[in-house]
Design a protein around this ligand. Sequence first.
Ligand code: BGC
Length: 369
Amino acid sequence: MRFFAVLSTVCAASIVACAPSRPAERATASGLLAGFSRGVSFGNALDAPREGEWGVVLSERHFAAAAAAGFDHVRLPVRFGAHAGSAAPFRIESAFLRRVDWAVDQALSHGLGVVVDFHHYDELTTDPDTHGSRFVALWTELASHYRDRPARVALELLNEPHDALTAPKWNALLADAVRAIRAVDPERLLIVDGPGWAAATALHELTLPPSDGRLVASFHCYEPLLFTHQGAEWMGPEYQTVGLVFPGPPPRPVEPVPAARSVDWVREWFHGYATAPAVDNPGGVGPIIAAFDRAQAFARGAHVPLYLGEFAAIDRAESPSRARWLRAVRTEAERRGIAWAYWDDGGRMRALDVERGTWLEPLRSALFE
Ligand code: BGC
């Protein structure tokens, strides 16, 4: 007490000299991430060119159902790039930002954390040299906008950098974006996807600014891709073989479509899927474990926590296989203490029946039991 009184007298005399020599405890990335352990993305809504254009309009029901199911956060994919000026100062449309705020408020008022994820900036991934400065300007704007929000709001710099946004370009750009955000908000939890579509195999190419302390590396797991994306309309013709079960080998032969035979890696994959024993099967748990091993090796070296920002399997896969796959990925993440978010696109990868406010079985149990 006496020590405190003396200390305060001295401090009153010289505030600057008394600036705490040991700064107050600042939340670490791991501490902040503790509120984001089990999440769900509500995709194809605010990340569509216009909300509703891809069949999903967010409603209060989404957030109520997420909270009731036991998720602790939602990931909100947002196409900011399509709702901002194309010339400096690149102002984000206020009506759109209000709509995003509504979704953030919905999450918080339902007791959920929220990851605001900058999604589908296609012009940036196609032409990073032209759009890089706009991207940083948009983040400067967004950082100010979210500065006074609670720590339950995290920001994800960019979903799945790819194409012309190569690893070196992404590393340079993300450093600029982090610098711009930190000038405004030093404490916010920032989630950074690895290059190459956030695949675990490319995470080692990610370079994060050193000594930030509140960065998280994110990867997505859709391994084996030919199983999780079988028959997906947004994938190439080599992905159009359906009837694949998980884990391989399948009990009955699966006949690949002709396009699958004309792509080398796909043809080889189907050969292994049909013939390799479960332990080495490319359509089994091996590729999932390998992906997690690689992601974790990166995270240990970079001293950052990991976030599995997306995983899902399409509804073209038979339901028991889909649930087995989902459970395998989810339990692998939890076994390693990795936070996760399921990718619900309101369509072929949806788990929520939003009309009924219920979660599809057996997907719900694969995520929680
Ligand atoms: C994309 C979605 C896609 C999903 C699975 C996401 O990151 O934004 O359009 O459905 O990955 O392929």
